[in-house]
Design a protein around this ligand. Structure first.
Ligand SMILES: [Zn+2]
Length: 658
């Protein structure tokens, strides 16, 4: 795994990238005072509400709310991860990437760049051979499959000549070393003597590109019937079949509502594009992986597997259904009729074929149900039992417990079996047993965290709207430099913030504060790879110079969060059975228990037994602000959910994420 890109590099790239030029290369922009305006690339609009602020290095759409800096722009439009976005812009700006490695900065080895350059050269070599007299049989094959000249050009198809050393010799003339050719998988070492020979011979060549449009490897189809029919580049430092998809480079700017077809072959992708205008990608001779599923989900909300309708295709589609269910992602499946492969199907039916496939697609569960029905006779007891087990395998795979319960409901309905019995069987199969109506549900209000426990995922009660507003105001003030000298870092802890982005962002700020790094948004955004967190961070950036208001809000918001923490602790004590009357006794007992075992037993007399004694352990942490003072308050003040007098200024009711 490559190390994390150093913050300094990220900052350099951000500073070197002009947001006006960057956005302007995608969208027509007009000057408007200090800013620039244009039609938003993220939503459909007729009058421009998309604003670029060159002096801040940011953009903001007042129509759909998309906002961010140069990295967020290419992440959103080109579906890149944060590190990919940095790499892309670093490349444009000519800035070398430096990565963290065991704390030591290291220049990225030149080998990756060399491999990209070599691959680009090789692709051009193959492309020229396809156009040359040598490429005649290959051109005839393409004509037979119906792949036209425009498609050949668009996908950069080529031909590897029927020779042992055409590429190797040409490379030698260019001064390209054998070592690099071997590393790229373009050549293989000779067995009995020095030198190497071409890895691809007499094959139609498909260059494979990554999301940044770099050539990472090649696929070669044999033309003379020799095996293997398809030969792919081996795994190299720039090529991983588990993580790469053919056709990915053509999806830049794809809107998430556009369906994305997933197929198995290079020609399938090219023909579907040529004949129907569909957007499509293909795996590279491997089964779909979880990495593929996550990658695909970045591009489209509607992923459709389009496989051959033969036994192998059906089996692969079932595996895909399970994989996506396990990754908690949606998948549709649309198999081709009558043993056709996607290439021939699209060549024959064009756009009508695409419409038919979209129309006929079914969700993962419906597809697996159809397959199970084909395999087993549901009127027969043994058949039904096997059908139930196979469908339960899908429910078992579900990462999301809600999804699992919904799947169980559908299985129960489709097989005419009770849900309880299916749950029992699921447990027999070793699956996670979902919480049913008869079982105790997790309490909506969590127990206070016990100090001795390591961090565990707890279901937390949602915080009040006022609390979320206070969280937002605190983060906003700090991120926009309005925090100044305020001692927020000493008064607040991460648990004062709602679990999720809000708490993670506070954690990031506290860490940066502790190591005396800047806590302003630009710097923090260079330190944050998580897309959800970036989204929230961008919402908190003050694009309207509200600095003074933010500074004024900070104090009250911090007070409020500290007070909320106290109230949560009190509520925890109350649930544990502590009352005004027995409080002192419980504290004594716990102190005694801490200082020595048996003696404590005798001292518990005064205190009624707590229902869950372990929960009262919270009391013993003496270095925490004692909630005792709050006990003087009347009973009503114990109740949570009631909002005290504080409310944020500015009437900011649009809490977005918060
Ligand atoms: Zn917009």
């Amino acid at each position: 795994m490559p190390g994390r890109i150093r913050n300094e590099t990220v900052e350099r790239v951000r500073e070197a990238t002009d947001i006006g030029d960057l956005v302007g290369s995608y969208v027509a922009l007009k000057r408007s005072g200090r800013n620039m305006k244009g039609l938003c690339p993220f939503h459909d609009e007729k009058t421009p509400s998309f604003s670029v602020m060159p002096d801040r290095g940011r953009y903001h759409c007042f129509g759909c709310g998309e906002r961010g800096n140069v990295f967020d722009f290419v992440m959103a439009l080109d579906h890149l991860t944060f590190p990919e976005a940095v790499e892309m812009l670093a490349d444009k700006a000519g800035i070398p990437i430096e990565r963290e490695e065991g704390g030591e900065p290291r220049r990225e080895g030149s080998s990756k760049q060399d491999l990209y350059r070599l691959n680009r050269w090789a692709a051009e070599f193959f492309r020229r051979r396809l156009a040359s007299p040598q490429g005649e049989t290959c051109r005839a094959y393409l004509a037979r499959r119906g792949l036209d000249a425009a498609s050949q050009e668009e996908f950069g198809l080529g031909y590897a000549p029927a020779s042992w050393d055409a590429l190797v010799t040409a490379a030698a003339r260019k001064g390209i070393g054998e070592k690099l050719l071997l590393e790229a998988g373009l050549a293989k070492p000779r067995e009995n003597r020095a030198g190497c020979y071409d890895a691809f011979r007499d094959r139609l060549i498909f260059p494979i590109r990554d999301a940044l449009d770099r050539i990472i490897g090649f696929g070669g189809r044999s033309l003379d019937g020799s095996e293997p029919k398809y030969l792919n580049s081996p795994e190299t430092p720039v090529f991983s079949k588990r993580r790469s998809l053919y056709g990915l480079d053509r999806l830049r700017g794809l809107r998430p509502e556009v369906p994305l077809l997933v197929m198995e072959g290079y020609t399938d992708v090219i023909m579907s594009v040529q004949a129907s205008g569909a957007l499509a990608v293909a795996t590279l001779g491997t089964a779909l992986t979880e990495e593929h599923a996550r990658l695909l989900a970045r591009y489209s909300e509607r992923i459709i597997l389009v496989y051959d309708g033969d036994a192998a295709g059906r089996k692969a589609a079932e595996r895909g259904a399970e994989l996506f269910t396990a990754a908690d992602l949606e998948l549709e499946i649309s198999l081709l009729p009558g043993g056709q492969d996607p290439c021939d199907f699209f060549a024959e039916r064009g756009t009508a074929g695409l419409a038919e496939l979209l129309d006929r697609s079914s969700d993962s569960y419906a597809f697996v149900l159809g397959e199970v029905r084909e395999r087993h006779d549901l009127a027969d007891i043994a058949g039904k039992v096997r059908a139930a087990d196979e469908l339960l395998a899908l429910a078992r795979a579900a990462a999301n417990p809600v999804k699992r319960v919904l799947l169980l409901e559908r299985i129960a309905k489709d097989l005419g079996l009770g849900r309880t019995i299916l749950e029992e069987r699921l447990a027999d199969l070793g699956g996670p047993r979902p919480a049913g109506p008869g079982e105790p549900r997790p309490s909506p209000v969590p127990a206070p965290r016990r100090a001795a426990e390591p961090e565990v995922e707890e279901v937390e009660a949602p915080r009040s709207r006022a609390a979320r507003r206070a969280e937002k105001q605190v983060l906003e003030a700090i991120l926009n430099g309005a925090g100044g000298v305020h001692p927020w870092a000493t008064r607040l802890v991460a648990e004062d913030f709602s679990a999720g982005p809000s708490r993670r962002i506070f954690g990031l700020l506290a860490r940066r504060f502790a190591s005396q790094e800047s806590c302003v948004a630009d710097a923090v955004l260079s330190d944050c790879e998580d897309e959800q967190d970036r989204r929230v961070l961008n919402q908190l950036v003050d694009d309207e110079d509200r600095g003074e208001i933010l500074a004024r809000q900070l104090e009250g918001a911090v007070d409020f969060l500290v007070r909320e923490r106290g109230l949560r602790e009190l509520a925890g004590l109350k649930r544990a059975g502590v009352t005004h009357d027995n409080f002192a006794a419980v504290v004594d007992r716990l102190k005694a228990a801490k200082s020595g075992g048996a003696a404590a037993e005798n001292e518990t007399k005064g205190a009624p037994p707590a229902r869950r004694p372990d929960r009262t352990e919270r009391v013993r942490t003496e270095d925490e602000p004692s909630p005792a003072a709050e006990f003087a308050e009347p009973e009503e003040a114990w109740e949570l959910g009631e909002e005290p007098g504080w409310s944020g200024e500015g009437g900011d009711d649009d809490l977005d994420y918060f």
